[in-house]
Design a protein around this ligand. Sequence first.
Ligand code: APR
Length: 250
Amino acid sequence: MKDITPPQLAELIRQSRRVVALTGAGISVESGIPDFRSKGGLWERFDPWEYATIQAFEKNPAKVWVMLKEMDEILRHARPNPAHYALAELEARGHLMSVITQNVDNLHQAAGSQNIIEYHGNAHRFVCLTCRGHWPRAALDFDQTPLYCYCGGLIKPDVVFFGEAIPEAALYKANDLVINCDLLLIIGTSAEVAPANILPEVAKNNGAIIVESNLAHTRLSLYLSDYFLQGPAGRMWPLVLEQLKQITTQ
Ligand code: APR
């Protein structure tokens, strides 16, 4: 794997035809949302086996809602950062086909990206585990958690807990995108969680060039990534966009 600079990456994106981004919690850290596995991350404070599995939620929803309410408070105040806006503009300029995001924070949507695959769902939506009915956030009283549907079922954020399946449409669309892309931009993910962490391998096996954008190397850096863009996403991606604007308007 080689380091790549923003100008070099801008040129690589300019030459590519089918560019896809795969994002993780790291792209939202500069929006004030802690990631999961870095120092001070969410899983340092909440054991995922006690707070992030569907079994834990069904067994003790009141306990899991302690974490969910803390996350909801953080998400309500979070705004897109320059990395989210840079990806939205890359898409608008025709240089990015889609964002496959593991994040449930709705920040790519808020930044204006149009073609987004919500691989782990979206925390701004709520769903009943029994009748699968959707609930608007405004109809829910977070002082009365756990929350129950008219049918008696448990209501939860429409996000994928450990032990739940990836939404089928997201699974297939994401797979189709990485099979057919010629450049995969992996931004702010440790690639620790399946099946999202299989997508880079599918892309690579189908001939795509793999670029990782992160603060530090990950497991992918050891055997899969072709290039590494070192630095915080909120600083690096506006630089890539600026360079791309310069070389495509010359
Ligand atoms: N810029 C770029 N990368 C960053 C930044 C930043 N400012 N801050 C942190 N990172 C990197 C970290 O170095 C790490 O590699 O982002 C990555 C975050 O990794 P995780 O915390 O494991 O988050 P993620 O990969 O998204 O987790 C995947 O695991 O717990 C589940 O469902 C949850 O979607 C999540 C999935």
